[in-house]
Design a protein around this ligand. Structure first.
Ligand SMILES: [Zn+2]
Length: 220
């Protein structure tokens, strides 16, 4: 029995956390957006901007679709060699998984890549499901660290592996487009669980496998 467990609550990736907007809400939110944009200088009477408040509310809804859950993340397979000794079980690594999220501090995009590794015990998860898990938790109002933890928790819960590691490298539009306007720096966040905390060789292997290369667009 593993001595570490997921810190997540009852919520899992398939949980739907919101209902669709009603027509009344859509109209009201469109009105809020129109008031803000016009006060900031937008001319809502022009053909290009007339529908912008509605488009913006819809875009924000789409960019937070992680709250709708994902029913397709739970495809599991047995490992090839369930009777192999622990040290011979394989480390699976997937990435870079590209994502765009929204920082909850400024509601501006966080764009980056995630690498996810785990040491299987008895089950493997379908490769495309890892992409789904990353995007499920990225497309919310969130932070880079929280995305890392939620991915690790989801994997711990679904796959029950011997260990999980998640590395995310991202650029934050809130530091690029405002404030210090820093264009070149990237932020890294790493979360490890289980065997990755007790066996440094696993982390080394993971680092070699992902190459620590950035595939983000070069800074202007
Ligand atoms: Zn921010």
């Amino acid at each position: 029995m593993r001595s570490w467990t997921s810190t997540a609550g009852n919520e899992n990736g398939t949980t739907k956390l919101r209902e669709p907007l009603t027509d009344e809400e859509m109209e009201r939110f469109e009105g809020y957006a129109a008031a803000i944009f016009s006060r900031m200088g937008m001319d809502l009477a022009t053909p290009g901007a007339r529908e912008t408040p509605r488009r913006w509310v819809t875009a924000l809804w789409d960019m937070t679709e992680g709250y709708d859950g994902d029913s397709k993340i739970s495809t599991l397979f047995p490992v090839e060699c369930p009777d192999c000794p622990d040290e011979e079980k394989t480390q699976r690594v997937e990435g870079p998984i590209r994502f765009t999220g929204l920082c909850e501090h400024h509601v501006l995009p966080i764009r980056g890549n995630a690498w996810v590794g785990y040491l299987a015990e008895a089950k493997l998860i379908g490769v495309s499901k890892l992409t789904r898990i990353v995007r499920l938790y990225a497309t919310r109002f969130t932070s880079q660290e929280r995305i890392c933890h939620q991915i690790a928790d989801e994997l711990a819960k679904d796959v029950q592996p011997r260990g999980v590691i998640v590395y995310i490298e991202a650029e934050h539009f809130c530091t690029q487009a405002r404030g210090v306007r820093e264009l070149s720096s990237r932020t890294g966040a790493l979360v490890t669980r289980g065997a990755y905390n007790t066996n440094p060789q696993l982390g080394e292997e993971f680092r070699l496998l992902i190459g620590r290369h950035s595939t983000l667009s070069p800074a202007a």
